[in-house]
Write a protein that binds this ligand. Sequence first.
Ligand code: HEM
Length: 279
Amino acid sequence: MIKTSEWIKNNGSSHIEKKNGTELEKVRAMNSPETIKAYRVWDLTVRLFHWINVLCVMSLIAVGIVILNSKSLGLTNDGKIILKTIHVYVGYVFAVNLGWRFIWGFIGKKHALWKSILPLGKKYRASLAAYIKGEKNNNPPNHLGHNPIAKLMVTLLFLLLAVQAITGLVLAGTDLYMPPFGHEIATWVANSGEESKILDIKPYSKVNVDPESYKEMKAFRKPFIKTHVFVFYTLLAAILFHIAGVIFTEVKEKSGLISAMFTGNKFFSKKPVDMIDDE
Ligand code: HEM
């Protein structure tokens, strides 16, 4: 709760004193403890998804950077296999978490739904225009869910994460013969259809591997690894923009945007424009 005296301390009293009585009343009414209300926005699933995703992505980036520089770091093949295996196990948690969030976008609470998030349709375009106009006048409308600019960023982030999950799952098969496609890839490169021989195929080993089929598999893998690396760099940039945008909005709006990802609540003195009456 913000007290009027605190608000004046934070925002400066001199310009209020210059106002006439009615304006001063208005400013007080807008920012008094009575009018700042908490609004529920992020449900538990969204919050859990967010922080599990942050932990997984940070770990995947850290291990990914080491894999990317394995040559200059002088890693042995065994070292690389261990790192890639760790990367893939974290990747499974990441992919399952992302998959569950995808489903939640159809069955979750209002602000978790894809129709509330995706920047599509006439309504979205109108809200974007209103938001930009409000920004220009230094009075942007309050949004309980993502604001129209944030919707663009969040959609880009989800797209990049989905591409990383899909390409990563294919690479887990082509590099380490790990699920979900590992068995199919091992069958493809095997020089014999015998099940025991297929199961014997190990990463970085040519035992039981047919050289021609292996070459074909490597060619198939190429666009996946190229995309995985390209999206890795794009994701790094997008994450930096995301964090900068969140900090900027939090400082400007003071709605508790960051703490809302822990508590589920945001705080506004004006009713958010994307709120329904029972919220
Ligand atoms: C945000 C998610 C992810 C990021 C940022 C990321 C990042 C990276 C990076 C930087 C590399 C090194 C590329 C190279 O050595 O050329 C890599 C490799 C790899 N990633 Fe990911 N990754 C992600 C998700 C996943 C997932 C979900 C899986 C699978 C479950 C996965 C599986 C792999 C595999 C198998 C490799 C080794 C490919 C190779 O170098 O030959 N990744 N990843």
